[in-house]
Design a protein around this ligand. Structure first.
Ligand code: GAP
Length: 417
């Protein structure tokens, strides 16, 4: 983990937030390479749901909702972390993490667990005394439930169907830590799948398996991905599985049933039921949720791709750069012009994220690209000027292949399919 944290900072994947002020616990920013990789990841996720599956549409909801939403959802009451405090040093610990009732820091006696709500509050309005208490959403999915009727009324979609969203969520985590694993501001990607109650079992199993398949398509070592069945359930779930990486939660598959729509219907006084257009049956659809952490997936992908010698074996689809282009030396204008032509063509005509490097020697440039996971490096050398061929070097095998410049387009587009 230390090596990954250092790589992330050094090469521009992730920086601690507000570092010049000493940092802010639980907050991180993505740098130039990090934002590219995160966007690649989110695009793949979005395309997989909305293009490779039927009957799924997206929304992009707000971070602040009506305060009643969080009463109806149960979060003001039940979104709690039980904490124990040391009677001697007064440090507080998540009770779930404790092995005994002695303080892990000083060995002092701990108090009985007390509940702390982790919803992050804010205020709306500018006039003192007239401000309204509101919350930054503790889970992104609530905006999907709030818009479920709007989506039904404004599209031709019918049950069973899904609504997806990628967006920020906020939690006053008592013990943020492990780099971006547990943050106070983070991003979630959710599917809420609306089904007839009689088909709940089928769809729950379907999405559970389908999501694992998706993660398999991105990770190298599938043995590090496992399911974990929850015995202790959160307030909205009747059944829950996690997809874990190295035994740590990455995504939750939750059987939310009619909890959310039922409660919003009750709290808002609005009818949120669905009428089947063929049978006229009226019912509140049941919900299967798949809710994952974008940041956690990002972190676990780095851990999966990291090779001690300094390589990052990222799936080319998520690597920040796909191709690096080098002139063998930077002081030969013909080589530089030829290499610039290839670089610009890949970037501008083929939209393949590419990077230019002419510093140091070729060995150092390969090393620098391996370190950030660039799958291929193209070198323009003296032979290029004679026969219009270049070398393409593969990150994982370190093998170089000589090929005609005219074949580069199909070579890379095939590889990135
Ligand atoms: N809507 C359901 C929900 O929010 P959750 O299990 O609390 O369920 C879903 O969160 C996912 O969000 C988790 O599997 C995890 O990947 C991510 N997540 C939760 N809390 C997080 C935190 N403090 N920092 C980073 N990611 C977090």
């Amino acid at each position: 983990m230390e090596k990954i944290v250092s790589l992330c900072k050094r090469r521009g994947f992730i920086y601690p937030n507000s570092e010049i002020y000493g940092g802010l616990q639980g907050f991180y920013d993505y740098g130039p390479l990090g934002v590219e990789m995160k966007n690649n990841l989110k695009r793949l996720w979005w395309k997989w749901f909305t293009m490779e599956h039927e009957n799924i549409v997206g929304i992009d909801g707000t971070i602040i909702d009506h305060p009643r939403v969080w009463e109806a959802s149960g979060h003001t009451q039940s979104f709690v972390d039980p904490l124990s405090e040391c009677k001697k040093c007064h440090h507080r610990f998540k009770s779930d993490d404790l092995q005994s009732n002695l303080c892990p820091d000083c060995g002092g006696e701990l108090t009985e667990p007390k509940n702390f709500n982790i919803l992050m509050g804010t205020e709306l309005g500018v006039i003192e005394g007239e401000k309204t208490k509101a919350y930054l959403r503790g889970e992104a999915c609530q905006t999907i439930y709030l818009n479920y009727k709007n989506v039904l009324d404004s599209t031709r979609i019918k049950v069973p169907f899904g609504i997806v969203q990628i967006g920020k969520a906020f939690r006053n985590e008592v013990t943020p830590g492990n780099f971006i694993f547990r943050q106070r501001e983070f991003e979630q990607w959710d599917l809420q799948w609306f089904t007839h109650p009689s088909e709940m079992d089928k769809w729950f199993e379907f999405w559970k398996e389908e999501r694992m398949k998706w993660y398999h398509s991105l990770f190298n070592d599938h043995s590090r991905l496992t399911f974990y069945k929850h015995e202790k359930l959160v307030h909205y779930a009747k059944k829950a599985f996690d997809i874990q990486f190295d035994g740590k939660e990455m995504e939750g598959i939750h059987w939310r049933q009619d909890w959310d729509l039922g409660r919003h219907s009750q709290y808002s006084g609005q009818q949120l039921d669905y009428t089947d257009p063929e049978t006229n049956e009226k019912y509140i659809p049941w919900i299967v949720e798949t809710s994952g952490g974008v940041d956690r997936t990002f972190l676990f992908l780095l851990m999966d791709a990291y090779i001690e010698e300094g390589d990052l074996r990222l799936n080319p689809k998520i690597a920040p750069y796909k191709v690096a282009v080098f002139p063998l030396v930077k002081n030969k204008p013909e080589l530089v012009a030829k290499a610039q032509g290839i670089y610009k063509h890949l970037k501008l005509d083929l939209s393949i994220p590419s990077v230019w490097d002419d510093r140091g020697n070729i060995g150092k440039r390969y090393y620098a690209q391996d370190e950030v996971g660039t799958p291929w490096c193209v070198t323009v050398d003296y032979q290029t000027l004679e026969d219009n061929t270049v070398t393409v070097r593969d990150r994982d095998t370190a093998k170089q292949e000589r090929m005609a410049v005219s074949t580069l387009d199909s070579y890379f587009t095939d590889k990135l399919k």
